[in-house]
Unconditional design. Sequence first.
Length: 74
Amino acid sequence: MTSRDPQHNKHFCIFDYFLDGVFLRWEEVKGECPVLIRGQEWIVSLEDGTKIATTIVEIQDISESECRIFLRSC
């Protein structure tokens, strides 16, 4: 799920986070994208610096470079 940006020759992916069914935030990751596995614990950092411990419930591919990550609170 990585995409090559030919103009800058970089890899990137976009994650849309949903926590307990509600949209939480989106994040663009440059470089190597992390491997995501259902049941994996995942820490989401909010813009204000708050970190939320979650578990990945489902991963839904939207395009080659974007996916939705459905999380539940720990």
